[in-house]
Design a protein around this ligand. Structure first.
Ligand code: DAH
Length: 297
């Protein structure tokens, strides 16, 4: 264009534009033709077999807490216990009073909870009320195992949650002694943690048992003396269970003759047990719904 004499430029420019438009139109037509041919070819090739089995449906799996709870329940069922359950919304009477924890009892401080109706109905703080409920409606011999959710007004941290689980045990029969309790707890600890884990049974206070004990397992997260350890805080032991011989007053209140029948009871926390089994250092992981955590189990 630059070499053309000035008077020819507009004409040549005009023609070049016409040519450009024609080429563009032809290209677009051709592109459209190529595209529709490709689509026609793909549609001819593509068939949907509605009878084929589906592929790639994502499968979930059991939550580590459910697995652990089922392991505990299975173990006790193998020892002759049957599963019992009770309400999560409980009365003050079953949750505290009838377990020998009256309104002004200091044990209530550690089990403050969510009240539905003040001084009357609450979210149960433990599964122990099922001991009373079950004894009220059954006669010895009794062997029950009670899994369920429990609630407390807690400052949440690595080992405390406001909602957690417990599994309660109750055995009432003629001739049951502390030796039976000890043997049962040792069998439980061996089955769940293996014989290499150290188990400590020390005395502990619970109003509804006499004598009362605590079962603890040695810390898995530190050598046992690290005061900064998030799991044991330097105690070296992680308490997983309270237990003891059922207080005779509970037996009498249920209408049993406490000179004939004795029993033991225990309450354990599957969260802590799962933490020990899998080396989980923060209880909050169980309920955070983080798939990166859950996929590990
Ligand atoms: N209920 C107790 C708690 O939540 C645990 C417990 C202790 C249960 C002693 C029992 C028992 O059956 O005998 O801390």
């Amino acid at each position: 264009m630059g070499k053309l004499p000035g008077n020819e430029r507009p004409l040549v420019g005009q023609r070049a534009n016409v040519l450009k438009t024609q080429v563009q139109e032809l290209l677009a037509e051709r592109l459209q033709a190529v595209k529709s041919a490709a689509l026609a070819e793909r549609l001819a090739r593509e068939t949907i077999d509605v009878t084929a089995p589906p592929s790639g449906i994502p499968m979930g799996h059991r939550h580590p807490l459910i697995t652990t709870t089922e392991q505990i329940v299975d173990l006790f069922c193998g020892l002759g216990y049957r599963v019992a359950e009770g309400p999560e919304v409980e009365t003050d009477d079953y949750n505290f009073q009838r377990l020998r924890i009256p309104t002004d009892h200091p044990a209530r401080d550690m089990q403050d909870t969510f009240w539905i109706e003040l001084d009357h109905t609450l979210l149960r703080t433990h599964t122990s009320p099922i001991q009373i409920r079950y004894m009220d409606s059954h006669e010895p011999p009794i062997r029950i195992c009670v899994p369920g959710r429990t609630y407390r007004y807690e400052a949440t941290d690595a080992t405390h949650e406001w909602m957690f689980h417990q599994v309660e045990l109750l055995a009432v029969d003629e001739g049951i002694s502390l030796a039976d309790l000890k043997g049962t707890l040792q069998e439980f600890a061996r089955a769940l943690f293996g014989s290499e884990r150290k188990v400590l049974i020390r005395n502990g206070y619970f109003a509804y048992v006499e004598p009362g004990v605590e079962l603890a397992v040695d810390c898995f997260a530190c050598p046992g003396d690290d005061p900064k350890c998030a799991v044991c805080r330097g105690a070296g032991w992680l308490e997983i269970m309270g237990a003891g011989m059922v207080h005779p007053e509970l037996l009498e209140a249920a209408g049993y003759d406490s000179s004939r029948y004795t029993g033991f009871a225990a309450g354990m926390g599957p969260e802590r047990i799962a933490m020990l089994k899998y080396g989980i250092t923060d209880i909050r992981n169980f309920y955070a719904n983080d798939l990166r955590f859950l996929r590990q189990f």
